[in-house]
Design a protein around this ligand. Structure first.
Ligand SMILES: [Zn+2]
Length: 174
């Protein structure tokens, strides 16, 4: 067996990266600044960005809605372009009930998503909508989290998040 030495590869040399100066964040400008794409809590909403743009268009009209499989009559949540059960793309849009009851909730006391840091503390929870077999997750506004209770009635509403986009949330108002 030959003990021939392999030719040595030249060792690559890496130039030390020059550290970029990191600007100190201005807390007052945080809610309005554009979020890095992957850290933006709210989804892309326009027709050239998502096939579910009607969901967001309807939010702007004050309607929180979802899709229903026309073949099976099943409500889908979140809204989908095709039914995960029978795979049809024959889905239509239906408005969701305006009220529901808190199934579970928790408080965000720290580590809030980008843009929500100044909202802390706030409540998030699961809400069973009245009359339909859907349990939605979302923020619960209107009351301090310490005043919320399991089973409490809440209203489902749409709202402008402040940059032209809309989303949904719950409001404890009774
Ligand atoms: Zn189906």
């Amino acid at each position: 067996m030959s003990a021939e030495a392999r030719p040595r590869r030249p060792t690559p040399t890496l130039a030390a990266p020059t550290p970029e100066p990191v600007p100190s964040p201005d807390p007052t400008s945080r809610p309005r600044e554009k979020k890095p794409f992957l850290l933006d809590f709210f989804p892309l909403e326009t027709a050239d960005q998502t096939r579910l743009s009607r969901f967001f268009e309807r939010l702007k009209e004050g309607r929180v809605s979802t899709t229903r499989c026309v073949q099976e009559g099943v409500l889908l949540w979140p809204p989908r372009t095709a039914c995960p059960g029978c795979h049809t793309e024959d889905v239509d849009w239906v408005d969701l009930p305006e009220r529901g009851r808190i199934y579970a909730f928790s408080a965000v006391l720290g580590g809030a998503p980008l843009g929500m840091e100044s909202d802390v503390p706030f409540a998030v929870g699961l809400v069973d909508l009245d009359g339909v077999p859907l349990r939605l997750f979302g923020r619960i506004e209107g009351r301090a989290w310490t005043e919320l209770r399991i089973g409490q009635s809440v209203r489902l509403e749409s709202f402008d998040i402040g940059d032209g986009r809309w989303f949904y949330r719950f409001r404890a108002d009774d």
